[in-house]
Design a protein around this ligand. Structure first.
Ligand SMILES: [Zn+2]
Length: 307
């Protein structure tokens, strides 16, 4: 019996050496959203590692050395784009010394190529706290724009790995079908948001507001990346009272107490959403994340006085 087992183990070992598993395409994704899209499109042809975590502020993701090795060995890097990864990706890529995945390389897959940027500033100066110098990079919060991201990712994977073209095409088609069905469902779900005035913590709701008819009045941050000053908060509270704003949107990466204070002083409701997939419980996937955000917004609107 023992010898039988031993020979079986030996045979398995031989089989293992004779038929190595097909090498997976090594993909590093900057955010959980593009990671999920890439995984849905690439299926078992690719292996995805994600840098940012859903509950983090994408503008403040820490640079971890462990990602340097992963980027060094990567066949492709998938990014949200439009500068969202400025806090961590350029620095990591600089030391990873892998020309394939540099922005100029064939393995750099930019999910923003089909996005028409909104809120493009007339002057570009990060030193003044401007975190969105190329326009607002938070387009993934709108699922219709999410579809455009998936298309860009599928094309990028095909470019890097032409023999996988069929897989990427069918993966994209499957994801688009799923998303289309959800987008139709979400139109109904989000109907109560139309015409609702809101403030958010960070200026990241422009694309979602554009899709579902929210009216973004102001932000708790003085401007993107610049914390609220007492002066700005007083002005914000005055504006909210004057404009009868009943919804404060707090992204999970930002502190709750300040959002709560603003809501209490204006009689508004707080909705907690996440700017990236995985920030709220049970939302590891892109579709789950969009749905959880919309449900949280609708629940807060329903709970708001006078709605
Ligand atoms: Zn931002």
């Amino acid at each position: 019996m023992a010898s039988q087992l031993a020979s079986l183990a030996f045979a398995a070992l031989l089989l293992g050496t004779a038929q190595p598993a097909a090498a997976l395409l090594r993909v590093v994704a900057s955010t959980p959203d593009v990671a999920d899209m890439a995984q849905q499109i690439g299926g078992d042809r690719i292996e995805v590692v994600t840098i940012a975590q859903g509950s983090q502020d994408p503008h403040k993701v820490p640079v971890k050395p462990s990602f340097v090795t992963k980027l060094n060995r990567a066949d492709a890097v998938v990014v949200n784009g439009l500068g969202l990864e400025h806090a961590f990706l350029p620095a990591l890529l600089e030391v990873a010394s892998n020309p394939k995945v540099l922005p100029t390389g064939p393995g750099y897959i930019d999910a923003s190529i089909y996005i028409q940027p909104l809120e493009v500033p007339s002057s570009q100066n990060r030193s003044q706290g401007e975190l969105h110098p190329l326009g607002n990079p938070h387009f993934s919060l709108d699922p219709v724009r999410g579809k455009a991201m998936a298309k860009a990712i599928a094309e990028g994977l095909t470019r890097v790995d032409p023999p996988g073209a069929e897989r990427y095409q069918s993966g994209l088609a499957h994801f688009e079908t799923l998303l289309d069905a959800k987008i139709a469902e979400w139109e109904q779900l989000a109907a109560p948001l139309r015409g609702v005035k809101a403030v958010s913590y960070h200026q990241d709701l422009v694309y979602l507001a554009d899709r579902y008819g929210l009216q973004m009045v102001d932000t708790i941050e003085t401007k993107p990346g610049v914390p609220a000053t007492p002066g700005h908060l007083e002005q914000l509270i005055d504006t909210m009272k004057r404009e009868q704003v009943k919804l404060v949107i707090r992204e999970v990466a930002y502190e709750m107490p300040l959002a709560q204070t603003v809501a209490e002083r204006t009689g508004a409701q707080v909705a907690t959403i996440s700017a990236m997939a995985g920030g709220l419980p049970g939302t590891a996937g892109y579709v789950e994340s969009i749905e959880a955000n919309l449900k949280a917004l609708v629940a807060a609107v329903r709970a708001a006085p006078g709605q």
